[in-house]
Write a protein that binds this ligand. Structure first.
Ligand code: GAR
Length: 213
C-alpha cells in the first residue's frame, strides 16, 4: 500500500476529507509548521501520528525546508500532500519531491494564483469559480493540473459563501486525485500536462448564470 505524508498549517478540513475517504493508502504522518493548527487534533483523533516543524524556530527558508524534508523523509512516503500548507517552499525542496508532491488551490488555475482567491474572483465578476488539484513545481500555483471542480458564482455571494461552495468541491477532487495517484493512473507528459489513464468519457457543461428551468 502506498504511503503519504500530509502537510497542514491550519483548519485541516482537506486533510480530514482525505482521512475519511477510505483511500487505498496509509497516512504515515501529518506534519504542521504551526503548533496550534486545529487540524492536528483532527489527525490525532484519527490515530495518525502528528509532528510539528515550527517555521519560527528556523532562521531561513532553507533551514526550515531542510528540517521539514528530514521529518517527511523519515516516513519514505510515496506522495507528499499539501493540504492548506501556507508556506512558500524553496525550489530545492520542491525538486526533491518532483512528481510526488501535490497541492489543492482554491481557484481554477491558472486564474487567481496566490492568496485571497475568492475575494478576487468576486471583484472580477467571474461567473464560474472553483478549485484545482495539481502537482507542485517551483513556480507557485503553476504545476501540472490533475483535476478541477467548477462552481457557479451566485448573485449575493460573499467571500465566505463562495469559499464554502468551493471548499466542498476541494473535499471531492483532492481525495479523488490521491486515489488516482495510488492506483498509478496519473502520468505527467513531457510538456507538463497530466493524463488520467482510463478516463471515462464525459460531456457536461456548467453554465452560469442560468435561467430557472
Ligand atoms: C483550502 O481552501 C486550500 O485550498 C487553501 O487553504 C485552505 C485550507 O483549508 N490552500 C491554499 O490557498 C494554498 N495556496 P483546510 O485547512 O481546511 O484544508
Amino acid at each position: 500500500m502506498k504511503s503519504i505524508v500530509i502537510l497542514i498549517s491550519g483548519r485541516g478540513s482537506n486533510m480530514q476529507a482525505i482521512l475519511e475517504a477510505d483511500l487505498p493508502i496509509r497516512v504515515s504522518a501529518v506534519v504542521s509548521n504551526n503548533p496550534d493548527a486545529p487540524g492536528l487534533d483532527i489527525a490525532r483523533r484519527h490515530g495518525v501520528p502528528v509532528e510539528v516543524v515550527n517555521h519560527r524556530d528556523h532562521d531561513s527558508r532553507d533551514a526550515f525546508d531542510a528540517q521539514l524534508a528530514a521529518g517527511i523523509d523519515r516516513h519514505s512516503p510515496d506522495l507528499v500532500v499539501l493540504a492548506g500548507f501556507m508556506r512558500i517552499l524553496t525550489p530545492g525542496f520542491v525538486t526533491h519531491y518532483a512528481g510526488r508532491l501535490i497541492n489543492v488551490h482554491p481557484s481554477l488555475l491558472p486564474a487567481f494564483t496566490g492568496l485571497n482567491t475568492h475575494a478576487r474572483a468576486l471583484a472580477e465578476g467571474v461567473k464560474i469559480h472553483g478549485c484545482t488539484a495539481h502537482f507542485v513545481t517551483p513556480h507557485l500555483d503553476k504545476g501540472p493540473i490533475i483535476a478541477q471542480a467548477a462552481v457557479p458564482v451566485l448573485a449575493g455571494d460573499t467571500e465566505q459563501s463562495l469559499a464554502a461552495r468551493v471548499l466542498a468541491q476541494e473535499h471531492v477532487i483532492y481525495p479523488q486525485a490521491i486515489r488516482w495517484f495510488a492506483e498509478g493512473r496519473l502520468r505527467i507528459t513531457p510538456d507538463g500536462n497530466v493524463i488520467l489513464k482510463n478516463q471515462p468519457p464525459m460531456e457536461t457543461a456548467l453554465i452560469s448564470p442560468q435561467e430557472p428551468q
